[in-house]
Write a protein that binds this ligand. Structure first.
Ligand code: HEC
Length: 513
């Protein structure tokens, strides 16, 4: 009797525990089928509303098309222009902040048994020679949301000052006789996350207001490049390696690469794509407690509305012009509206503290090539916002910020067995990488594949920080699966020593951007 009683007791305890677990608000995607409900297939003929909200585990992402409602039938961004059935929207999904989350990839895989054009082997497989439809062939896309980027080697018109060899080739692509580095048409395959096609007006704006930033790179004080079509300076903020100088250029290249289009986009197609891209704005629109972040009373830098009207290309500064604005209305207990629930009060205060951590909490930024080797000090005692994430409303580096943060190059990067590993040896008379010298091991040489300079190995471009909750994993190579992993990376990399509370506050803050 005693025994069966205790079993009943155990069962009851189990039920209670289960009930508690279910009651707690979840902070990570729970229903893996849900993302497929929002999947936007090529040629779907759907209408894009002027404003649409797409639920995610932290609330909802809100997309604004500033031109108003759009019937997407026949629109080149939404149409499969090439032979593989994909459109731009295939990798730039409205529900995912116009990027593509790994959750969505998994859901599409399951719903279509891998047949959706997203999985075209050209770059939706680890390498085009792998059998389509087998999970192992698409593991980088399924697990990390990564797209293969094949870069011709050496780059056109450049004589590199380093040699590159393949040390490890888990995808088989870099040593492949057709696709590899020693093939007839040598290419280097790296794997990168789609970047969000929102708020691009802010990305393409030239730095404003503060000479001598104006039209100069911080890094080496060289002039920004010019758009060959118009002769005007460009911001150099597009793509993780800065290769897409303008939206027109980028669209032409994307159509050939990802859509396998064998002709150039027509002028009408280009105009329609770029016009749309310049009018799409997005950010988290509703937080985990259901607050509308565009509404009066919420911190004014949140929600996408302010991005539509806000000035582009301004340096944030803690004293008068904070990168994401003022959070004090959520931070002070006196400011809370009457009757606000305890949990929500705690949440708002946590987000406001997270904003302060982001703006003010300084740490020692050390050995970041492209940043701490420029005479400003190494280490450089700064916060997230004052160190690098300094563009108002957006959070990328206005500079523009090419740097080796430690995401691609060993030893700071995790030595990931799923990614290729290259050994780079710099020529004797070349300027070396500031902290790694003349022999560098890298998963993705990044900017160096464009400039051919070994000093740039592993450099990537800081990216905008909006719509984070809609588009995990993070960083150009998808190395952080969650916001927690992203914060942990910085904590480890720079020995910051965040408390658990600071980490959670920072994560909550990032989740509302
Ligand atoms: C197979 C997936 C895929 C398709 C299809 C695709 N893209 Fe992309 N897109 C990417 C990836 C990956 C990147 C980031 C590459 C990098 O950082 O080097 C990107 C980046 C971009 C960016 C740069 C955004 C930024 O913040 O830097 C723009 C703009 C863009 N794509 C537009 C387009 C357009 C227009 C099309 C259709 C012609 C398209 N894309 C089709 C995967 C895709």
């Amino acid at each position: 009797m005693g025994k069966s009683y205790s079993i009943v007791g155990l069962l009851l305890t189990g039920v209670v525990v289960l009930a508690v677990v279910l009651y707690l608000p979840t902070t990570s995607g729970s229903d893996s089928r849900a993302p497929y409900a929002y999947w936007w297939a090529a040629d779907s003929g759907k209408t894009l509303a002027g404003t649409s909200d797409y639920p995610n585990s932290d609330g909802s992402f809100r997309l604004i098309n500033d031109a108003g409602e759009l019937d997407t039938t026949g629109h080149p961004f939404f149409s499969s222009l090439g032979p593989n059935g994909r459109a731009c929207v295939t990798c730039h999904q409205p529900a995912n902040g116009m990027s593509l989350s790994a959750d969505t990839v998994r859901a599409v895989w399951e719903a279509t048994r891998g047949e959706d054009p997203l999985f075209a082997t050209v770059d939706g497989a680890n390498c085009p020679h792998l059998p389509r439809g087998e999970e192992a062939s698409h593991s980088l896309l399924l697990e990390r949301g990564l797209i293969r980027i094949a870069v011709p080697w050496p780059p056109k018109g450049v004589t590199p000052d380093f040699t590159i060899e393949v040390v490890r080739d888990p995808t088989g692509c870099n040593t492949h006789p057709v696709y590899g580095l020693n093939g007839e048409n040598p290419h280097i395959s790296v794997y990168r996350r789609p970047r969000p096609v929102i708020n691009l007006r802010h990305l393409t704006a030239l730095p404003n207001g503060v000479a001598p930033h104006d039209k100069f790179l911080y890094n080496d004080k060289s002039l920004l490049p010019k758009d060959p079509e118009t002769g005007k300076f460009v911001s150099l903020q597009l793509m993780s390696d800065g290769s897409g100088l303008t939206l027109r250029n980028q669209a032409r290249d994307a159509a050939r690469r990802h859509l396998e289009l064998t002709r150039d986009l027509t002028e009408d197609e280009l105009v329609a794509i770029v016009d749309l891209e310049e009018r799409l704005y997005g950010a988290q629109g509703i937080d985990v407690f259901g607050n509308d972040l565009d509404a009066a009373g919420a911190p004014p830098g949140l929600g996408p509305r302010v991005l539509v009207t806000g000035p582009a290309g301004y340096l944030g500064n803690n004293a008068i012009n904070r990168v994401f604005g003022d959070f004090s209305m959520w931070g002070s207990p006196d400011a809370h509206p009457e009757g606000l629930g305890e949990e929500e009060r705690l949440w708002r205060e946590s987000v406001a503290r997270g904003a302060r951590v982001f703006f003010e909490r300084r740490f020692l930024i050390q050995d970041v090539a492209g940043l701490t080797d420029k005479g400003l000090g190494n280490p450089f005692h700064r916060s997230c916002a004052s160190g690098c994430h300094n563009t108002t409303l957006m959070g990328m580096d206005l500079a523009p910020g090419f740097m080796d943060l430690g995401l691609n190059n060993l030893p700071w990067a995790n030595n990931r067995p799923d990614l290729p590993l290259f050994r780079i040896v710099c020529d004797k008379d070349a300027a070396p990488h500031s902290y790694l010298g003349r022999e560098i091991y890298s998963h993705d040489p990044g900017r160096a594949l464009v400039t051919g300079k070994c000093a740039h190995v592993g450099f990537t471009m800081t990216q905008q920080m909006r719509a984070l909750s809609a588009r995990a994993p993070y960083f150009a190579n998808g190395s952080a699966a969650t916001l927690r992993e992203l914060v942990d990376f910085y904590d480890r990399r720079f020995n910051i020593g965040y408390t658990d509370q600071e980490k959670q506050d920072l994560i909550n803050f990032l989740s509302v951007l």
